[in-house]
Ligand binder design. Structure first.
Ligand code: G3P
Ligand code: MG
Length: 256
């Protein structure tokens, strides 16, 4: 499936989250209008076992609710506003379910589903997400990523044809993911933090047949540097800016 992605791929991180409230349908639809190649979203389980799209473990930063997401039922989460804290023009945006995202934009873009079961490493999130992918027939349009290797292994077991990106924390905390230990996880792309990306790391991953998708790249100098280094993809909050930069660059030299 990664073969279908352009290189470099512009992933809209939590949707077009510089221009719309993160992880909402508004942000995903805007990312598509801004010509992002793919969207990135964060999937997690509610208290009643539904899959919602939400980044933080708690509700406080981006909604008018508070407390742990995983302590709330889907019905409770649907009562909350997920747009006003970004901008009053987005008041009324709701926390979407993964199924709603699939229904609204599943046929229009590629979707990087980050499995964010970081508080409950062995919960059933991977299996629930895999079932939704099958139900919506989106096996050719999605892929997985996670900092949680257990989640990626379980997703691989459910849907081995869908490639995964192994997320690596920056610095020492993510060293294992970038090492031989990380290679025990069935990943086809390394997703390192911007501060850890070097031409050597990209070259090493390419030698192993992997792609490199870097997070989170928002400054024009960093975007240009990543493109200069022939990165395979960037996660950016501002896909409009990244597209303008990419379109303004000279075409890569033809390989003869
Ligand atoms: O997938 C890249 C990025 O989303 C990982 O970090 O915390 O933004 O989900 P985070
Ligand atoms: Mg994420």
């Amino acid at each position: 499936m990664f073969e279908k992605l352009p290189t470099p791929t512009i992933f809209a991180h939590r949707g077009s989250s510089a221009h719309a409230p993160e992880n909402t349908l508004a942000a995903f639809e805007l990312a598509i209008r801004q010509n992002a190649d793919a969207i990135e979203l964060d999937a997690k389980l509610t208290a009643d076992g539904e899959v919602v799209v939400f980044h933080d473990p708690t509700l406080d930063r981006t909604t008018d609710g508070s407390g742990w997401v995983s302590d709330h039922t889907l019905a409770e989460l649907k009562e909350l506003d997920a747009g006003c804290s970004f901008d009053v023009n987005f008041c009324g945006e709701r926390i979407p379910t993964l199924a709603e995202v699939f229904e609204h934009v599943g046929q229009d873009t590629f979707i990087n589903i980050e499995l964010t079961n970081y508080r409950a490493l062995r919960n059933t999130l991977p299996e629930k997400v895999a079932s939704l992918i099958k139900y919506h027939h989106l096996q050719d349009r999605v892929f997985f990523s996670s900092f949680n290797p257990i989640a990626l292994m379980r997703a691989f077991k459910m849907l081995p044809q869908i490639p995964s990106g192994l997320l690596a924390l920056s610095g020492f905390a993510g060293a294992w993911a970038r090492s031989a230990l990380g290679r025990r996880v069935p990943y086809r792309a390394l997703h390192p933090a911007l501060s850890d990306v070097t031409p050597r790391l990209i070259h090493q991953q390419h030698q192993r047949g992997n792609r490199v998708h870097v997070y989170t790249v928002n400054h024009p100098d960093d975007i240009n540097r990543m493109f200069d280094w022939q990165i395979d993809g960037i996660f950016t909050d501002d896909p409009l800016l990244a597209r303008r930069i990419l379109d303004g660059r000279p075409a890569p030299e033809a390989v003869v």
